[in-house]
Design a protein around this ligand. Structure first.
Ligand code: SF4
Length: 411
């Protein structure tokens, strides 16, 4: 079975189901257990907290959207079909559409749009890379199965057994992944607020330029030079980072400095990057939005033509500046409460059957979880593979696609 609870979309989990309760029996991580084993509760559509029929809730949501002057559709924690309908809803209601965590992967998007990059896939990393440099990505708390499935898999297609993969973790060693028998992970401690300085020193070292500094961002020059030599000696080094785990405003600089090293290496050898991110439907949302509009999220349908603005139409900016009057928040995968908004903003919450998600909602409509309550498909973090999600338990909860399709029908 495939797991929808992070963008790795691991498809080798074993689950058992008894009376609607799911247990993860093999290959799941802590996050998968939290998601699949979440207690299934029965919830009902609500208007201003009062229980109503689904038909009435859908009609009330459509009415709010017809009256809205500045509607905004966000969250987008759902599968490909749900996101496709959400973009359609944005078009019909002249709304802005974005993903709830878009700020987390915008850093990579800006670098890609401005200068391009050499990127690879999870399969390519697993099968061909003999050296992996993990730059600050917290695999322990966010992508727990990355080591098992991609750094130390039981089988690879091409990597010669005679040359076992090496890996380095650059960053805060308190979140360093542990070595396994199949993959030794060496740690280099680095100040997480100065990773771009580390990368600049590494670039200089790889290019053979001598630096006078003894330490850079807490790492010794000896460690940096050792890593530089290992990268030059490797057949196919791959750098792995997670934009959301890089430090604040320096995320762009850090990603740029990593991609410059990769550019340099590709003049004489093969090297690539792999960004981890787009959880909670984020990678599916960016791709679906790009197919349908030509832009990866941050899109407004309010004017005569589609308007793309990654600064103005970012979820955090729109909520912070009170630039909307109606919020449609869709989150069928995550378990977090929707963001707070000012009292004047109307709220339509489309989420699984959890009481806290219905609080403060003008309209609350419960939905099922893709890959748990209904089948679906999501796009993996490397953006090249669409993973099929199966229905795991029988459920009467509708999909996001079905609910939004009904709202669109009334606009
Ligand atoms: S690493 Fe992600 S996709 Fe894989 S089992 Fe854990 S939560 Fe699910």
């Amino acid at each position: 079975m495939a797991c929808p609870f992070c963008s790795l979309l691991c498809d080798d989990l074993s689950l058992s189901v008894s009376k609607g309760n799911i247990a993860v029996t093999d290959n799941g991580c802590r996050q998968a257990k939290l998601g699949f084993e979440r207690e299934a509760t029965v919830e009902f559509p609500r208007i201003n907290g009062k229980r109503v029929s689904q038909t009435a809730a859908i009609a009330a949501a459509a009415k709010l959207l017809r009256r809205a002057q500045r509607p905004f559709i966000s969250g987008l924690g759902t599968d490909v079909e749900g996101i496709r309908e959400a973009v359609h809803l944005a078009e019909k209601s002249k709304a802005i559409v974005d993903h709830g965590n878009s700020a987390g992967f915008d850093g990579g998007m800006r670098v890609m749009q401005s200068k391009g990059w050499y990127m690879t896939t999870l399969a390519e990393l697993r099968n061909r890379s003999d050296l992996v440099v993990i730059v600050g990505a917290d695999l322990v708390n966010h992508y727990e199965n990355f080591v098992r499935r991609f750094l130390a898999p039981k089988q690879t297609l091409h990597l010669a057994q005679s040359k076992p993969r090496r890996a380095y973790f650059v960053g805060d060693q308190s979140v360093a992944p542990k070595s396994t028998k199949a993959c030794m992970i060496e740690g280099i401690n680095c100040d997480v607020t100065r990773v771009f300085e580390f990368m600049a020193a590494l670039r200089a070292s790889i290019a053979g330029r001598a630096l006078k500094a003894r330490r850079v961002a807490q790492a010794s020059m000896t460690e940096i030079e050792t890593l530089g030599r290992a990268i030059k000696e490797a057949d196919y080094p791959v750098f792995v980072w997670a934009p959301a785990h890089l430090h604040g405003t320096q995320a762009d600089l850090t990603i740029q400095s990593i991609t410059r090293i990769i550019d340099d290496l590709n003049k004489t050898q093969r090297a690539a990057g792999l960004a981890l991110g787009g959880d909670n439907g984020g990678m599916s949302a960016a791709n679906v939005c790009a197919w349908l509009t030509g832009y990866p999220l941050h899109v407004s349908f309010a004017g005569k033509t589609i308007d793309y603005d990654p600064v103005q139409y970012r979820t955090s900016a729109l909520l912070e500046h009170d630039a909307i009057d109606t919020l449609v928040w869709i989150d069928a995968i995550g378990n977090a409460a929707p963001p707070a908004t000012n009292p004047g903003i109307k709220r339509i919450i489309i989420a699984p059957n959890q009481a806290e998600q219905s609080s403060n909602a003008d309209v609350f409509i419960p939905v099922g979880v893709p890959g748990v309550d209904h089948a679906g498909a999501m796009i993996r973090t490397d953006s090249v593979v669409t993973i099929r999600l199966d229905q795991v338990r029988s459920s009467s909860s509708p999909s996001v696609r079905k609910i939004i399709h009904s709202i669109v029908g009334q606009l």
